[in-house]
Design a binder for this molecule. Sequence first.
Ligand code: FES
Length: 531
Amino acid sequence: MDKKQDWTQPEPMWRKDADLPDFPALDKAEHTEVLIVGGGITGITTAYLLAKSGKKVILLESDQLLNGTTGHTTAKVTAQHGLIYEELVHHFGLEKATLYYQAQLHAHTLIERLIHDLEIDCNWTKEDAYLYSETKEGAQKLEKEYQAYQTLGIPGDLVDTLPFNQDISKALMMSHQARFHPIKYLTALVNEITRLGGKIYEGTEALKVKEGEQLLVTTNRGATVTCDQLVSCTHFPFYDGKGFYFSRMHAERSYLLAIEPERPAPDGMYLSIDEPKRSIRTAEHEGRTVLLIGGENHPTGEGRDTRFHYRALEEFAAETFGVKNVLFHWSAQDLTTLDKVPYIGPITRKNDRVFIATGYRKWGMTNGTLAAQLNHDYIMGEKSLFHEVFKPARFKADPSIKQFLAQNFDVSAHLVEGKLELVGNRPESLKKGEGGIIQWRGERAGAYKDEEGRLHVLDTTCTHMGCEVEWNSAEHTWDCPCHGSRFSYDGAVMEGPAKQPLLKIALSDTKDVDFVPTETEQTHEPSSDQP
Ligand code: FES
């Protein structure tokens, strides 16, 4: 680890060693029985299951397949979703907590069955999963969680040591979990979708839905799709349908390194419950064993210099395993619902044509697969034991209301504070490749100076509901702390719920130094899904 690491230009490892086919953009009107929007694990598995059941399906992806959250995952296939079961028993009761666990097992079994039936070579490896803590309080929490395991019949054990250089107070093991290569697995499902007659379009963003006799979906390219039913498998549902999902979830970013360790990589998958969190698992890359080290979670748009998080993970990896080489680094964004249980099912209580799947709280491999199965069952008219637990229209006063109020109060604070905050740098103080908040005519603006020295200056008001976006120095993006929208350095939407780009501020000369803004380059209305 002697060379200085460049923490910009993140790149996930998974896409490097998979062979995903390309698909064209949609440029004509199409009709289908079921339209699936979003090309991650949820969308692809949903399209596969429905095509297998004889439905005509179309899958739309705004970018490239598997380039979103699924492409940035740790790919642990586990029902050990952090500390959750004691809380689920407490808030939902024994029956629903049991169903939550069984639903994860169902997803695990489905993945395993597909790997077997379709003979998919995706490094599927059975391993135990561990939660661990270094503190006395953490050990008590793990003991309580273990009691919940015993009550729910979850196979596991409490242990006092881990097989690597880490002092712990206690660890909680869940046996018979698994890890795999998500892109290799999903590439096989993509090939199956097309073999079964399903159609896939990339570079095609679904924008709006009109609910008439049929559903009419318009895309960014002007082409339309009519369909009988629609499944939104995008991170934030691209169509809110008056479900107000932006106010019912919060977004967090986390970071991952793939390293070549100096000491042997341990078997098993690990997650600390202390802060800052650390996630550890082994993987295979180009014939070598590598370690994935993750953690450093923080609410979107509220991190410090984001390169700090990569450095912190590298230091942890160096102390714990030794680092020969950092091969890849990347970050991910995850959504958590008010009660930590994903929203899967009809978008609103009475809607039987539009379905959603979101809010996986980082556990997308099992939850995404589960969502595909549950929405498949809704569409095929098959009842599932698990529908009730995950349906988005559920209402549970505790802890939902408290969190709802706290989160929305937080949003108000960001609205007000962001506007009043006048920080900043003069634009000429930015170096090439740097961005941040600057002062423009006495007001707050955002600027990024690209490698050619051109300034890209933006109004930092998020186009979703008006919070102030913050600069993400590692990703070179503008991130919104309120509901997790993300924008590229020049303002284009990378992740919703925002649908409109940030407003650009035109400069008379954007080449090095002279910063003489003249007029705004464009104006637009706020996004139509504002309440
Ligand atoms: Fe909602 Fe920015 S994402 S205000």
